[in-house]
Design a protein around this ligand. Structure first.
Ligand code: SF4
Length: 213
């Protein structure tokens, strides 16, 4: 079954704003609880006192940075705060207090980047395959093509990046593509320059986000 993902340009701007620290995304999850049942480790930042107050300490592991915590999935791949309900808001037992990681998660990033969320994430991958963006105009169509091109470049040319490293997690690659898609909006850059252009675009995005914070 297809699911309407909305207009691509409008979604892209909202998603980039969310990545820059703006309001979280509204996702029509409906019956899908894929992100709560797909072995994700949920990061909880130091300022998220409300979320931390509602998660039992036994489910939390300290992060490498002071005050940051991680909530791993259980051996069945379920978030420990998942109640078992097949509705997203009822499925999370702390929905009103859920971490920012959950509030900003939007699996349409994978549909935008033209890639699955990863092996074993069956429910999310089915949802990703079902999203259908609309295109407000030709620019919107080119934006989608540019995000997908950026993601493809990152996946296919890791050796072009410093130390041959690009993130291994699909979500990190999709986010980098959203930050740097403008590199692919016009003529494809020279293959040797694309990696440097992507890095510069991501740094500029992060720098602007830090200034707004
Ligand atoms: S905290 Fe709630 S929304 Fe976040 S992964 Fe766990 S069950 Fe899902």
């Amino acid at each position: 079954m297809a699911h309407a993902a909305g207009g691509f340009s409008a979604w892209l701007r909202a998603m980039r704003s969310s990545l820059a620290g703006g309001p979280g995304m509204q996702v029509a999850c409906g019956e899908c609880v894929g992100c709560c049942t797909s072995s994700y480790v949920i990061k909880i930042r130091p300022h998220e006192r409300d979320a931390l107050a509602h998660i039992p300490a036994a489910f939390l592991e300290p992060g490498e940075r002071g005050g940051t915590w991680y909530m791993p999935a259980n051996p069945q791949g379920l978030c420990p705060m998942y109640s078992g309900s097949a509705a997203h808001d009822a499925g999370c037992s702390i929905y009103a207090h859920r971490p920012e990681t959950c509030r900003t998660y939007d699996c349409r990033i994978f549909a935008a980047a033209g890639m699955p969320a990863g092996e074993g994430k069956t429910m999310i991958n089915e949802r990703i395959a079902s999203w259908r963006f609309e295109y407000e105009d030709d620019t919107a169509r080119r934006e989608h093509q540019a995000v997908t091109a950026a993601a493809n470049y990152l996946r296919q040319h890791p050796v072009r990046f410093p130390n041959g490293k690009v993130p291994s997690r699909a979500s990190d690659i999709a986010v980098l593509a959203l930050k740097s898609y403008t590199v692919f909006m016009s003529e494809p850059p020279d293959d040797g320059l694309a990696a440097a252009s992507i890095i510069a675009a991501c740094r500029e995005f992060d720098s602007r986000a830090a200034q707004r914070a």
